[in-house]
Ligand binder design. Structure first.
Ligand code: EPU
Length: 301
């Protein structure tokens, strides 16, 4: 059995059965992972991924859990968490190697303390470096992928591949490395010396973030902005604010946020996503694409 092979090959790595995932996701919904793993090192991740792929087992990579939705019930396959890949090594005054599990706010703090700048647009974005690269997280027309000199990934054949920035295809909330066939291990990023203007830019990003809902569990923006328009504005115009299914409710402050009032199930959130996308489609003909990564087989809006 896969679990026994994993336990034998990776004595330092956390490997558990029937692990509840909702505490690890900011929306606080979702069922249990049949197998949950959190590799203790990049090398363990490489070995684990090869074993999982050799078995042909479905896998899901979990970063900071701030942009994901797992279904209720038992999630078949392996959930691979990057939470134990948290090394940060500065190579020069400007260049750093960061593991996939490093939290973006921690990296932000580090670069500011070093008098560096270049990722102000990412101020207030939660989650991890790996998740941010996978989804090219960002704001104001910028995305985290633009900061990477190169990215290392674990490949299905057990190798580690280096992707130079030229080999990575990225655009608004998209990254070619996030194709379900590899795991992002780490990235090299280069920043620049900060100037006083950077603090102003950072403050303006934080200000915009400050107008978004906080307090109740959520997973950030539900839908991507369609070309030339704003998902939040469209949802608002279609009267989505305040709509609820069970304990899942559309925020009154920003219509592109779904909040968990306490005991929402993943099925409630999925139904709410369908209703909201349906409203926008019916009145505008625009098909909103979820930004939240939905690990639910066959789900479509
Ligand atoms: N708006 C409404 N009603 C709403 C929400 C928004 O009319 O309910 C209007 C706003 O007034 C504004 C426009 O829609 O005129 C755009 O809204 P906002 O400035 O909040 O930006 P956004 O496009 O909704 C994007 C990112 C956010 C990021 C902000 C700020 C996407 C899908 N969202 O939001 O990222 O924080 O810009 O930089 O690209 C996320 O990725 O999870 C996320 C929240």
């Amino acid at each position: 059995m896969l679990i026994n092979r994993l336990l034998a090959a990776l004595p330092d790595t956390i490997i558990k059965q029937n692990m509840p995932l909702s505490p690890m996701c900011t929306l606080k919904v979702g069922g249990e992972a049949e197998i949950f793993t959190a590799p203790a090192s990049i090398e363990d991740m490489r070995i684990l991924f090869e074993l999982v792929m050799r078995e042909g087992c479905p896998f899901y990579v979990l970063g900071g859990g701030s942009n994901v939705l797992f279904p209720d019930g038992l999630i078949k396959g392996v959930v691979i968490s990057t939470m134990n890949l948290h090394k940060t090594e500065w190579r020069t005054n400007l260049t750093v190697d960061v593991d996939a599990g490093v939290k973006l706010p921690a990296l932000m703090k580090d670069i500011r303390e070093r008098g560096l700048a270049g990722m102000e647009f990412a101020a207030g974005i939660p989650g991890t470096v790996g998740g941010a690269i996978a989804g090219n997280a960002g704001a104001g027309g910028h995305g985290v992928c633009e900061l990477a000199d190169y990215v290392l990934t674990a490949e299905p054949d057990g190798t580690v591949r280096t992707w130079n920035s030229n080999d990575i295809d990225y655009s608004y909330r998209k990254c070619s490395l996030s194709d379900g066939r590899r795991v992002i291990l780490s990235a090299r990023m280069t920043f620049r010396t900060a100037n006083p203007k950077d603090e102003e830019v950072l403050a303006s990003y934080l200000l915009r973030r400050g107008t978004q809902p906080h307090g109740l569990s959520n997973a950030g923006c539900t839908f991507k902005n369609p070309e030339g328009s704003s998902a939040g504005k469209l949802l608002d115009e279609c009267g989505c604010k305040g709509i609820s299914v069970g304990d899942a409710v559309v925020s009154d402050i920003h219509a592109n946020f779904i909040l968990n009032r306490g005991s929402a199930a993943a099925s409630d959130v999925l139904e709410l996503i369908r209703i909201c996308a349906g409203r926008v489609y019916d009145s505008t003909g625009i098909r909103l694409e979820p930004e939240i990564k939905i690990f639910s087989p066959g789900f479509c809006v």
